[in-house]
Structures are given as structure tokens and as C-alpha cells.
Design a protein around this ligand. Structure first.
Ligand SMILES: NC(=O)c1ccc[n+]([C@@H]2O[C@H](COP(=O)([O-])OP(=O)(O)OC[C@H]3O[C@@H](n4cnc5c(N)ncnc54)[C@H](O)[C@@H]3O)[C@@H](O)[C@H]2O)c1
Ligand SMILES: O=P(O)(O)OC[C@@H](O)[C@@H](O)[C@H](O)[C@H](O)CO
Length: 501
């Protein structure tokens, strides 16, 4: 039997595998989308949606993809080497039935590295058929960094790059009001569209652009708040990939995995569907004037449960979401936390929330998706702040007591972040003795390291935890003022660590 290493790499002219003429049909369509982000999520969500509507003849455009950071170059090169093609495995349970689909997604037609090909990047703005800008640069990318623009030199931040891009389009089409774009920033941040618009306007001041340009940005462009939901986990595990590649008959360094479930809620009216005919293609895409319920439900329940299970799971040596949910103790603990604490803290119809939570737990048990806790752990401090802390505070306000399980998850997070700085970065040690690298805001990690170090220098655990909870730069407020929180966190940590702390 041939081994994977002997297999050819996916590309447009892979005989017996790809139908080059058929794929070319998609890639030769005019560029209608600028995609800022080469990561797994957009390729497993947005590009797949574009493909689904393109094969039905509803969408007649292709996508120019560009990476938001210098470090994304490697993946962009891979995309280029594979002629823009990659395989998407969609696997899971849908309406009670097992779904296992695979497709080569052929919608990426131009791959542009803005750091090396700044002029090519700006040239996309001249496209008469360009309609849409989609992005996913994580929460860390949707930020305003005051900067200058020097003609010909790429701006570092994603909103900064977009501002120059829009200005180029504005100039090229001489302010034509019909040439504005629809912006869909998919970063999981509330008010993502509004934020992006405000950052573009701020950069336009930084770069000395005219008032006329700002007016065009405001009145001819649409920046749409939106919420995405689909679990996309990248390449399957190493143990699985060899068999998959044997079956496919090629190697694919961009292979991606997604669950069947998908939801895109977009704040805007359905007239946008002409430019983005996704719902017409049978996709679960909704235009709504109120995103709030979608947002709250998803971020607090789905992302909240992920963020809750991760520190305890990792401390106890678990690796994946499903494995954690299958653990009789941890799994029940997560479910009860959601049913009795997370939903309870929300002022939304409880029955609907419980139905949604049930669906989420089913998705977590997807036998085909290995969702790594260490991936979810990335940036846990800000995730706790956005995804779980509001539950803790709302529950306290409503009930006059702390939600036991959320607080336990928080105590586990603080214990997991008992870190020491090494040459490799900020490390922690789990209860199963494993050393784990913490990937988070450096300044926050420095502060936590300083506080935890004081425990060995004679400070009591209560004092250390009080100081950590009082870190307003991390939590946005002084959590040590929340009655009972310090005591409960300390009790839990003592229970886990023994009385020596
Ligand atoms: N993977 C999922 O299941 C899923 C589902 C919904 C939402 N999301 C959102 O997608 C993001 C993760 O994306 P992914 O799963 O594609 O991961 P990924 O690592 O494959 O891609 C992350 C992308 O963000 C860019 N990026 C990272 N840090 C950045 C920074 N500081 N500035 C600019 N760009 C930056 C990377 O270059 C890359 O393009 C998360 O923020 C998450 O909220 C993911
Ligand atoms: O992607 P992150 O790192 O922001 O969060 C981890 C998961 O909670 C997230 O990816 C969910 O799986 C996703 O939001 C589902 O739509």
C-alpha cells in the first residue's frame, strides 16, 4: 500500500482527482470578495458558503484572500502552492443522521501577501465587481493601533490596511457612491461591524484623508454587525490524516474539518441577499435587526461552556472537548453549569435557551471532530471576561449569591495561570504533571506571574488571590470586591493543592 508521503499534492492539474476545467470555472469568475484572513475558520465557513451558492449558480464571483499578519505568510504560500484549493471535511450528526462529506473548495482565486505585494493588494480595490470584504483576524486583530501611512508601505493592523484599501477605491472610482463595499468582520466581538467602521474612520484621520472620503465611508459602505457559529477545527488528528489522504489520493496541507451545523446572523435587511445569496442556497443565514439574542445565547452558552471546561479539563489531563464531555464527572458538571447557572443568568426565554444548550452539547459530542482544549485555551483571560464573567456577575445580581460552578471554573483558570516565565514563554504545570505553554496577553501573564511568585515569598494565598482579582487591567473591574469570591476561590485551590498553599 502506498504511504501518504508518496502521494501527490492537491492542485488544479491533479489527474484523476480534480477536474481542472470545472475548478477553473469558479476561479476565473471576477473577484467579488476581499477576504482578510487565511485561517481555518473563514475557509471552513465563509468560503464553503460561497462555494455552496456558486455551484447552484447563485453567486458568480471569486475571492481574493490576503493574510492579516506577516506570520500568516506560510499558510498563504500553501494556498498558492495548491492553486487556491483545499479539502473541507464536514462531519457530524445532522437531524439524527451521520453526515460525512468532503469537497474541494475552489473559490480562492487570488492569494496576495500584503507585506510583499502591497500594490497587488491595493489593485484589488480597483475591481469593478468587488462587493464584499470579509475578515476574521481573531479578537486580537480587530483593534485600533494609532499609526501612520507611508505610501507604498503596508500598514500593520487589519483596520489600517482596510482604510488604505478603501481610500484607494474611493480615489480610483472618483468617489462614486455606488462603489462602496459591504463589510462583514466575523471576529467574535459584539458590534464587530460598528467597531470596524469606527477604526476605519479613526485611521482616515491618522492618514490625513479628506472629509469627503470619510463621508463616502459612512454613506456608501455598510459595516454589518454579525455573529458566526460553526465549529471548525482545522486538520484532523495525525492518526487519522494518513487514512484520509490515502482515500482522497492526494496530500493536502490545508485540509480542514467542520461540523455540519452553521449559523450566520447578520444585522441588516434582506435586500443584501442579492449580493450575498446564501440563504437562497439553503444555508442557515439570517438577516435580522436584532443580533443581541443570537449573540448572548451563543457566546454565553457555547463559548462559555468551552471556556469553562478548558482549565479544569487541561489541569486533569484531558485533551479534547468530546473527551471532557464524556467524563462522567466533568461532563455532568459542565451541563449543570449551563442549565442551572449560565441560562439562569440570562433574561431570555429559558425554554429556548435549554433547547439551544442541548444542541450545543450534541455538537460537543461530535464523534468526528477533535476539538483541542489547548486551542480553546488561547487567550483564556479575555475569553473569561467576555464569555463567563458576565454570567457570574448577572447571576450574583439576580440571586445574591455566586454561581458555584462558574466560580469553580474561574478558580481553575487562576490555578492554570499559576505561571513561570521560561525561555519558551509562560509555562504552567497541570495536575497530571504536564508542562503547558500559556498563550495570552504578555502583560497580563507578567502580572499574574508576579502575584503568584509572592506566594513563595511569604504572602498568603488569600492575599495573592485578592491581588489577582483586583487586576482591573485584566478583568476590567476589581473582582475582589465581589462578596465571597476571594474566599471561595481560595477554598477551592486549597482543596486541589492541599493545605500547603
Ligand atoms: N474555529 C472555530 O470554530 C470558530 C468559530 C467561530 C468563530 N471563530 C473565531 O475565529 C477565530 C479563530 O480563527 P481560526 O479558527 O480560523 O484560527 P486560525 O488560527 O486558523 O486563524 C486565525 C486568523 O487570525 C489571524 N490573526 C491571529 N492573530 C491576529 C492578530 N493579532 N492580528 C491580526 N490577525 C490575527 C491569523 O493570521 C489568521 O488569519 C477566533 O477569534 C474565533 O472567535 C472560530
Ligand atoms: O475560536 P475561539 O478561540 O475564539 O474560541 C474557541 C471556541 O469556543 C470557538 O471556536 C467555538 O467553537 C466557535 O465559536 C463555534 O462557533
Amino acid at each position: 500500500m502506498a504511504v501518504s508521503n508518496d502521494l501527490p499534492r492537491l492542485g488544479r492539474k491533479l489527474e484523476g482527482v480534480t477536474d481542472s476545467a470545472k475548478l477553473a470555472k469558479f476561479q476565473e469568475m471576477p473577484v467579488k470578495v476581499l477576504q482578510i484572513g487565511e485561517g481555518n475558520f473563514l475557509r471552513g465557513f465563509f468560503d464553503w458558503m460561497i462555494y455552496e451558492s456558486a455551484i447552484q449558480g447563485l453567486f458568480t464571483g471569486s475571492v481574493a484572500v490576503t493574510q492579516p499578519r506577516r506570520s500568516g505568510r506560510h499558510k498563504l504560500l500553501n494556498i498558492r502552492e495548491q492553486d487556491g484549493l483545499y479539502t473541507l471535511l464536514t462531519r457530524g450528526i445532522e437531524n439524527g443522521a451521520v453526515v460525512e462529506r468532503e469537497a474541494i473548495i475552489p473559490v480562492l482565486s487570488h492569494m496576495i501577501d500584503p507585506y510583499e505585494e502591497w500594490n497587488e493588494f491595493l489593485a484589488v480595490a480597483e475591481g469593478p465587481e468587488l462587493d464584499i470584504v470579509v475578515s476574521n483576524t481573531t479578537e486580537a486583530g480587530l483593534v485600533y493601533e494609532k499609526s501612520e501611512y507611508h505610501e507604498g508601505t503596508p500598514v500593520n493592523s487589519f483596520p489600517g490596511k482596510l482604510t488604505v484599501f478603501l481610500h484607494h477605491r474611493f480615489q480610483h472610482f472618483q468617489g462614486d457612491t455606488g462603489k462602496g463595499l459591504i463589510h462583514l468582520p466575523c471576529e467574535l466581538v459584539e458590534g464587530n461591524g460598528d467597531l470596524l467602521k469606527s477604526y476605519v474612520l479613526m485611521h482616515s484621520e491618522d492618514f490625513g484623508y479628506s472629509e469627503e472620503f470619510r463621508e463616502w465611508v459612512k454613506s456608501s459602505n455598510q459595516f454589518l454587525n454579525n455573529l458566526v457559529d460553526r465549529i471548525v477545527t482545522g486538520a484532523p488528528s495525525k492518526s487519522e490524516i494518513r487514512d484520509i489522504e490515502e482515500r482522497l489520493g492526494y496530500k493536502d496541507s490545508l485540509i480542514n474539518s467542520a461540523e455540519p451545523y452553521h449559523l450566520w446572523a447578520i444585522q441588516g435587511d434582506s435586500s443584501l441577499a442579492d449580493k450575498l445569496p446564501l440563504a437562497q442556497a439553503g444555508l442557515n443565514v439570517h438577516f435580522t435587526d436584532d443580533l443581541k439574542p443570537y449573540q448572548l445565547r451563543k457566546v454565553r452558552i457555547l463559548n462559555g461552556a468551552h471556556t469553562l471546561m478548558t482549565p479544569l479539563g487541561i489541569l486533569q489531563g484531558k485533551r479534547f472537548v468530546r473527551e471532557t464531555m464524556e467524563d462522567s464527572h466533568l461532563g455532568d458538571w459542565v451541563r449543570t453549569a449551563v442549565y442551572e447557572e449560565v441560562t439562569q443568568a440570562l433574561d431570555l426565554p429559558q425554554e429556548e435557551l435549554h433547547v439551544y444548550a442541548g444542541e450545543v452539547f450534541e455538537r460537543f459530542m461530535n464523534p468526528y471532530i477533535d476539538h483541542r482544549l489547548q486551542d480553546i485555551m488561547l487567550g483564556s483571560l479575555s475569553k473569561f471576561k467576555v464569555r463567563l464573567m458576565p454570567t457570574m456577575l448577572d447571576y450574583y445580581r439576580k440571586n445574591g449569591e455566586l454561581p458555584k460552578r462558574i466560580v469553580t471554573g474561574f478558580a481553575a483558570l487562576l490555578r492554570l495561570y499559576r505561571t513561570v516565565k521560561t525561555e519558551e514563554g509562560f509555562m504552567t504545570v497541570t495536575y497530571s504533571g504536564e508542562s503547558v505553554l500559556l498563550k495570552d496577553n504578555e502583560a497580563h501573564l507578567e502580572r499574574l506571574e508576579r502575584h503568584w511568585a509572592e506566594l513563595g515569598q511569604g504572602k498568603s494565598l488569600d492575599r495573592v488571590i485578592t491581588q489577582i482579582l483586583a487586576e482591573e487591567t485584566i478583568w476590567g473591574q476589581d473582582l475582589s470586591l465581589l462578596p465571597g469570591l476571594t474566599e471561595t476561590v481560595c477554598e477551592l485551590i486549597r482543596e486541589w493543592e492541599g493545605e500547603e498553599v
